[in-house]
Write a protein that binds this ligand. Structure first.
Ligand code: G3P
Length: 218
Protein backbone atom coordinates (compact mmCIF):
# COMPACT_ATOMS: atom_id res chain seq x y z
CA UNK A 1 0.00 0.00 0.00
CA UNK A 2 1.27 3.47 -0.82
CA UNK A 3 1.15 6.05 1.99
CA UNK A 4 0.27 9.60 1.05
CA UNK A 5 0.18 12.21 3.80
CA UNK A 6 -2.98 14.30 3.92
CA UNK A 7 -1.51 17.64 4.91
CA UNK A 8 -0.25 21.04 3.73
CA UNK A 9 1.86 21.49 6.87
CA UNK A 10 5.51 21.51 5.83
CA UNK A 11 6.80 20.44 9.26
CA UNK A 12 4.51 17.40 9.30
CA UNK A 13 5.50 16.50 5.74
CA UNK A 14 9.23 16.83 6.54
CA UNK A 15 8.82 14.56 9.62
CA UNK A 16 7.02 11.87 7.62
CA UNK A 17 9.57 12.15 4.81
CA UNK A 18 12.34 11.56 7.40
CA UNK A 19 10.48 8.38 8.51
CA UNK A 20 11.03 7.11 4.96
CA UNK A 21 7.35 6.26 4.63
CA UNK A 22 5.78 8.88 2.38
CA UNK A 23 4.98 8.06 -1.25
CA UNK A 24 2.99 11.21 -1.99
CA UNK A 25 0.99 14.11 -0.54
CA UNK A 26 -2.62 15.22 -0.84
CA UNK A 27 -3.73 18.76 -0.07
CA UNK A 28 -7.13 20.42 -0.30
CA UNK A 29 -8.42 24.01 0.09
CA UNK A 30 -9.21 23.45 3.81
CA UNK A 31 -5.71 22.13 4.59
CA UNK A 32 -4.11 25.00 2.64
CA UNK A 33 -6.33 27.59 4.34
CA UNK A 34 -5.23 26.20 7.72
CA UNK A 35 -1.58 26.91 6.86
CA UNK A 36 -2.37 30.32 5.42
CA UNK A 37 0.69 30.39 3.15
CA UNK A 38 0.84 30.88 -0.64
CA UNK A 39 -0.76 28.04 -2.65
CA UNK A 40 2.03 27.91 -5.27
CA UNK A 41 4.92 28.25 -2.80
CA UNK A 42 3.43 25.61 -0.49
CA UNK A 43 2.94 23.09 -3.31
CA UNK A 44 6.44 23.75 -4.72
CA UNK A 45 7.96 23.39 -1.24
CA UNK A 46 6.12 20.10 -0.75
CA UNK A 47 7.42 18.90 -4.14
CA UNK A 48 10.96 19.69 -2.96
CA UNK A 49 10.46 17.54 0.17
CA UNK A 50 8.58 14.54 -1.27
CA UNK A 51 9.53 12.87 -4.55
CA UNK A 52 6.08 11.59 -5.45
CA UNK A 53 2.58 12.68 -6.55
CA UNK A 54 1.48 15.94 -4.87
CA UNK A 55 -2.23 16.73 -5.25
CA UNK A 56 -3.25 20.39 -5.69
CA UNK A 57 -7.00 21.02 -5.91
CA UNK A 58 -8.85 23.29 -8.32
CA UNK A 59 -11.63 25.33 -6.70
CA UNK A 60 -14.07 26.46 -9.42
CA UNK A 61 -16.09 23.26 -9.05
CA UNK A 62 -19.07 24.39 -11.17
CA UNK A 63 -17.28 25.50 -14.32
CA UNK A 64 -15.25 23.15 -16.50
CA UNK A 65 -13.73 26.13 -18.30
CA UNK A 66 -12.52 27.76 -15.07
CA UNK A 67 -11.31 24.46 -13.59
CA UNK A 68 -9.32 23.73 -16.75
CA UNK A 69 -7.59 27.11 -16.45
CA UNK A 70 -6.78 26.41 -12.79
CA UNK A 71 -5.63 22.88 -13.67
CA UNK A 72 -3.11 24.19 -16.19
CA UNK A 73 -1.81 26.70 -13.66
CA UNK A 74 -1.23 24.20 -10.84
CA UNK A 75 0.18 21.52 -13.14
CA UNK A 76 2.77 24.03 -14.37
CA UNK A 77 4.21 24.41 -10.85
CA UNK A 78 6.09 21.09 -10.78
CA UNK A 79 6.18 17.81 -12.77
CA UNK A 80 4.95 15.88 -9.70
CA UNK A 81 1.79 17.96 -9.28
CA UNK A 82 -1.43 15.96 -9.68
CA UNK A 83 -4.55 18.03 -10.38
CA UNK A 84 -7.21 17.32 -7.76
CA UNK A 85 -10.68 17.73 -9.25
CA UNK A 86 -13.94 17.70 -7.24
CA UNK A 87 -16.37 15.07 -8.58
CA UNK A 88 -19.30 16.29 -10.70
CA UNK A 89 -20.41 16.61 -14.34
CA UNK A 90 -18.18 19.65 -14.93
CA UNK A 91 -15.26 18.07 -13.12
CA UNK A 92 -15.40 14.90 -15.17
CA UNK A 93 -15.25 16.92 -18.40
CA UNK A 94 -12.03 18.43 -17.05
CA UNK A 95 -10.61 15.03 -16.07
CA UNK A 96 -11.31 13.71 -19.56
CA UNK A 97 -9.46 16.65 -21.14
CA UNK A 98 -6.52 16.53 -18.72
CA UNK A 99 -6.17 12.77 -19.25
CA UNK A 100 -5.97 13.36 -23.01
CA UNK A 101 -3.21 15.90 -22.31
CA UNK A 102 -1.29 13.41 -20.16
CA UNK A 103 -1.90 15.37 -16.96
CA UNK A 104 -2.53 13.18 -13.89
CA UNK A 105 -5.71 13.71 -11.87
CA UNK A 106 -7.06 12.88 -8.43
CA UNK A 107 -10.87 12.93 -8.35
CA UNK A 108 -12.01 13.90 -4.87
CA UNK A 109 -15.12 13.85 -2.64
CA UNK A 110 -16.16 10.43 -3.94
CA UNK A 111 -18.66 8.55 -1.75
CA UNK A 112 -20.25 5.89 -3.98
CA UNK A 113 -19.25 3.18 -6.44
CA UNK A 114 -21.17 4.91 -9.22
CA UNK A 115 -19.20 8.12 -8.70
CA UNK A 116 -15.92 6.18 -8.69
CA UNK A 117 -16.96 4.31 -11.86
CA UNK A 118 -17.69 7.57 -13.70
CA UNK A 119 -14.36 9.04 -12.53
CA UNK A 120 -12.48 5.93 -13.65
CA UNK A 121 -14.17 6.07 -17.06
CA UNK A 122 -13.09 9.73 -17.32
CA UNK A 123 -9.50 8.54 -16.85
CA UNK A 124 -8.81 9.55 -13.25
CA UNK A 125 -5.34 8.57 -12.03
CA UNK A 126 -6.52 8.43 -8.39
CA UNK A 127 -10.02 7.87 -7.01
CA UNK A 128 -10.31 9.57 -3.59
CA UNK A 129 -13.02 7.63 -1.78
CA UNK A 130 -13.84 9.50 1.45
CA UNK A 131 -14.50 7.20 4.43
CA UNK A 132 -14.34 9.32 7.61
CA UNK A 133 -17.07 11.73 6.63
CA UNK A 134 -19.45 8.78 6.03
CA UNK A 135 -18.51 7.15 9.35
CA UNK A 136 -18.99 10.56 11.04
CA UNK A 137 -22.73 10.28 10.16
CA UNK A 138 -23.05 6.63 11.22
CA UNK A 139 -22.45 5.16 7.78
CA UNK A 140 -19.82 2.66 6.62
CA UNK A 141 -17.46 4.56 4.34
CA UNK A 142 -15.35 1.51 3.54
CA UNK A 143 -18.18 -0.16 1.56
CA UNK A 144 -17.58 2.11 -1.45
CA UNK A 145 -13.84 1.51 -1.15
CA UNK A 146 -14.27 -2.26 -1.37
CA UNK A 147 -16.65 -1.86 -4.31
CA UNK A 148 -14.31 0.57 -6.09
CA UNK A 149 -11.31 -1.76 -5.73
CA UNK A 150 -13.34 -4.60 -7.21
CA UNK A 151 -14.55 -2.31 -9.99
CA UNK A 152 -11.09 -1.15 -11.14
CA UNK A 153 -9.84 -4.75 -11.13
CA UNK A 154 -12.95 -6.12 -12.87
CA UNK A 155 -12.79 -3.63 -15.75
CA UNK A 156 -8.97 -3.27 -15.73
CA UNK A 157 -9.06 0.50 -15.20
CA UNK A 158 -5.65 2.11 -14.58
CA UNK A 159 -7.18 4.24 -11.79
CA UNK A 160 -5.91 3.58 -8.25
CA UNK A 161 -8.26 3.63 -5.26
CA UNK A 162 -7.05 6.19 -2.70
CA UNK A 163 -8.69 5.95 0.74
CA UNK A 164 -9.22 9.48 2.02
CA UNK A 165 -10.86 11.20 4.97
CA UNK A 166 -9.02 8.81 7.29
CA UNK A 167 -9.84 9.19 10.99
CA UNK A 168 -7.96 6.35 12.72
CA UNK A 169 -5.51 3.45 12.28
CA UNK A 170 -8.57 1.19 11.96
CA UNK A 171 -9.34 2.87 8.65
CA UNK A 172 -5.91 1.76 7.45
CA UNK A 173 -6.60 -1.81 8.63
CA UNK A 174 -9.87 -1.82 6.71
CA UNK A 175 -8.25 -0.18 3.66
CA UNK A 176 -5.66 -3.00 3.55
CA UNK A 177 -8.39 -5.62 3.89
CA UNK A 178 -10.21 -3.92 1.01
CA UNK A 179 -7.10 -4.04 -1.16
CA UNK A 180 -6.94 -0.26 -1.61
CA UNK A 181 -3.86 0.94 -3.53
CA UNK A 182 -3.23 4.06 -1.43
CA UNK A 183 -4.26 5.66 1.84
CA UNK A 184 -3.81 9.37 2.45
CA UNK A 185 -3.15 9.67 6.15
CA UNK A 186 -3.26 12.65 8.54
CA UNK A 187 -0.01 13.09 10.47
CA UNK A 188 -1.74 12.38 13.81
CA UNK A 189 -3.07 9.03 12.55
CA UNK A 190 0.32 8.04 11.16
CA UNK A 191 1.84 8.64 14.60
CA UNK A 192 -0.94 6.54 16.18
CA UNK A 193 -0.14 3.67 13.79
CA UNK A 194 3.22 3.19 15.55
CA UNK A 195 1.73 2.98 19.04
CA UNK A 196 0.87 -0.11 21.11
CA UNK A 197 1.20 -0.36 24.92
CA UNK A 198 2.65 -3.88 24.71
CA UNK A 199 5.35 -2.66 22.32
CA UNK A 200 6.25 0.11 24.77
CA UNK A 201 6.26 -2.22 27.80
CA UNK A 202 8.12 -4.92 25.88
CA UNK A 203 10.96 -2.54 25.00
CA UNK A 204 11.09 -1.24 28.59
CA UNK A 205 11.35 -4.85 29.89
CA UNK A 206 14.15 -5.75 27.47
CA UNK A 207 16.05 -2.59 28.45
CA UNK A 208 15.67 -3.23 32.21
CA UNK A 209 16.68 -6.92 31.93
CA UNK A 210 19.69 -6.05 29.77
CA UNK A 211 20.87 -3.43 32.28
CA UNK A 212 20.51 -5.93 35.17
CA UNK A 213 22.43 -8.60 33.27
CA UNK A 214 25.70 -6.68 33.29
CA UNK A 215 26.33 -8.09 29.83
CA UNK A 216 27.93 -6.09 26.98
CA UNK A 217 28.62 -6.55 23.30
CA UNK A 218 32.01 -8.26 23.69
O1 G3P B 1 -7.93 15.64 1.59
C1 G3P B 1 -9.00 14.83 1.28
C2 G3P B 1 -9.60 14.16 2.50
O2 G3P B 1 -8.65 13.29 3.06
C3 G3P B 1 -10.07 15.13 3.55
O3 G3P B 1 -10.79 14.41 4.48
O4 G3P B 1 -12.77 14.45 5.95
O5 G3P B 1 -10.49 14.85 6.92
O6 G3P B 1 -11.55 16.62 5.49
P1 G3P B 1 -11.42 15.14 5.77
Amino acid sequence: MKFFIDSANLDEIRKVAEMGLVDGVTTNPTLLAKEGKGFKTTIQEICSIVDGPVSAEVVSATSAEEMLKEAHIVSSWHPNVVVKVPFGPEGMKVVKKLTAEGIKTNVTVLFTLTQALIAAKAGATFLSNFVGRVDDISGEGMVAVRDSVNMVHEYEFKSEVLVASVRSPQHIVEAVRAGAHIATIPFKVLEQMYQHPLTTSGIERFTEDWKKSGLNFD
